[in-house]
Design a protein around this ligand. Structure first.
Ligand code: GAR
Length: 192
């Protein structure tokens, strides 16, 4: 794998729609990008995000998730073979084990649709609306063994209006996600 440009070889893991993958691909194509996306991995054969990988001619693979150990063993081999320096989880809906995180040894980032530490896990928009929160938002954080709990790299708020539904809030938050994921990568890589 060519590394002379100093860009980090990046793998993006997805499970579905892939709009964050699309924003990361867009960023990776900019002149000043610090990453090169060399691999997209999906645990779901029908993930729409695979279309973006194909369109941009990025090597992509579906690894069937029969059990965690088998999935992670295959993934680890693939990451090594591709000299991956950074993993970005982008709507990847499986939880990586502590053993995988230790063995990979390089940074793993995740984007989460809430203002962490609030609303770890699923249904974040519904929970924020039900709690009558004034703000929601998105967070990019380092992946640790404990779900949605690693160091926060970047976070941005959006206002929750009285008129907001789960759908409208999701749309607003997603728009922010697309902006902050590339910024968080720059922040992480520029800091060391
Ligand atoms: C995004 O909102 C992302 O933050 C969320 O899934 C969505 C994926 O959308 N991730 C999680 O909830 C992870 N816990 P996308 O496939 O269009 O990027």
């Amino acid at each position: 794998m060519e590394k002379s440009s100093g860009k980090k070889n990046t793998a993006v893991l997805i499970s579905g729609r892939g709009s964050n993958l699309r924003s990361l691909i867009k960023y990776s194509k900019t002149k000043k990008s610090l990453i090169r996306i060399v691999l997209v991995v999906s645990d779901n054969l029908n993930a729409k995000g695979l279309i973006y990988a194909n369109k941009s001619k990025i090597n992509n693979i579906v690894i069937k998730y029969s059990n965690k150990k088998k999935f992670e063993d295959r993934l680890l081999k693939l990451l090594k073979r591709n000299n991956i320096d950074l993993i970005c989880l982008a709507g990847f809906m499986k939880i990586l084990s502590g053993s995988f995180i230790k063995k990979f040894y390089q940074p793993i980032l995740n984007i989460h649709p809430s203002l962490l530490p609030k609303y770890k896990g699923l249904n974040t928009h519904n929970r924020a609306i039900l709690s009558k929160d004034k703000y929601s938002g998105a967070t990019v954080h380092i992946v640790k063994e404990k779900l949605d709990s690693g160091k926060i790299i970047l976070q941005k708020k959006v206002k929750i209006l009285k008129s907001d539904s789960v759908k409208s809030l999701e749309k607003k938050v997603l728009k922010i996600e697309h902006k902050i994921y590339p910024k968080a990568i720059i922040k992480l890589l520029a800091s060391g």
